[in-house]
Design a protein around this ligand. Structure first.
Ligand code: GRF
Length: 188
């Protein structure tokens, strides 16, 4: 199965994918290309591992046309910390071919504007007993597509945005790899 990974930031989840492809844990997966919608550290990770990468501009109206062309050979498009909203035409064209990693237990704490620290701030404000991460299919409705995998962890009264983020990262790195593995088995 050929995959493309779309990124906007640090790319620690991309790194988990790269490591799992290199170690052959994801044995049926080829990482074809990394596409960024802005300059970011994630593309440096791709460069260091010899993975083809391209930095685009989210201000370019043709960005998703370029993404469409560049991913034409891919069976799966993975949004791993990709911050641009995917246009509905693109979602419709690639139904069940795009997955996203979200830093909360959807359907809670999803939708437009629910990203980064805002998610964790809302989780803390509501005194949630747990939080976690979700991998889901991308559809026209933001964060509304079918859930593929979720993982949760408990919260305590002393938790902060930073302490949540620290634990979340470990959970996300495993979850995104497991979701790709699961889909790759379905694609054999
Ligand atoms: C992750 O928390 C993910 O859930 C969210 O963006 C963050 C990306 O982190 N969508 P990284 O760039 O993979 O380190």
């Amino acid at each position: 199965m050929k995959i493309a990974v779309l990124v906007s930031g640090n790319g620690s989840n991309l790194q988990a994918i790269i490591d799992s492809v290199e170690s052959k844990y994801l044995k049926d997966v080829e990482l074809e290309i990394v596409l960024a919608d802005r300059k970011c550290y994630a593309t440096t990770r791709a460069e260091e591992h010899g993975v083809k990468h391209l930095t685009l501009s989210r201000k370019d109206d043709a960005m998703f046309d370029i993404i469409d062309n560049e991913t034409a050979e891919c069976n799966l498009i993975v949004l791993a910390g990709f911050l641009s909203i995917v246009p509905s035409e693109f979602c419709k064209k690639h139904e069940k071919k795009i997955i996203n990693l979200h830093p909360a237990l959807l359907p809670k704490y999803g939708g437009v504007g629910m990203y980064g620290d805002k998610v964790h701030r809302a989780v803390l404000a509501n005194n949630e007993k747990e939080t976690g991460a979700t991998v889901h299919y991308v559809t026209e409705g933001v964060d509304e597509g079918e859930v593929i995998l979720q993982a949760s962890f408990p919260l305590t009264k002393s938790d902060t945005i930073d302490s949540i983020k620290e634990r979340l990262h470990g959970v996300e790195h495993q979850l995104i790899v497991e979701a790709i593995k699961q889909i790759s088995k379905e694609n054999v």
